[in-house]
Write a protein that binds this ligand. Sequence first.
Ligand SMILES: [Zn+2]
Ligand SMILES: [Zn+2]
Length: 138
Amino acid sequence: MQTSSRLYQCLRCHVPVVICHRCDHGQRYCANGCSKQARIASQKRACKKYQTTRAGRLNNAARQQRFRHRQKQKVTHHGSLQTLCHDVLSRQFTPPKSPRVYPKQAVIMRCHHCGEECSYFLRHDFLRHRVSQGNCRC
Ligand SMILES: [Zn+2]
Ligand SMILES: [Zn+2]
């Protein structure tokens, strides 16, 4: 049994997402946890802004201290090690990229949220409009 469905693009990872009428509550994110990620991101945004300015200041202070320390001890060529550490750190903060499976054409369309078989006629508008017109067959 094929159900009415909607096609939309995830606001976060931009994958095309098919959603059936039962799962459709006006979602804007995919089923791969983007809504959760987006919520966490928005919660952390303000905090992060504060942290980056603070971290930047601390980093600068630490760098100056290291520089002075090095000048004192006359230790040479520790720069490469420093950049390596920095690389590892910055890599940890980038969001993990998981391989995504794109829906193939001419294959059964399925809701990305519950796996329900969907009709090929995908809407791009929200379900609310149809319900208000009295087309709900529940
Ligand atoms: Zn997504
Ligand atoms: Zn569904």
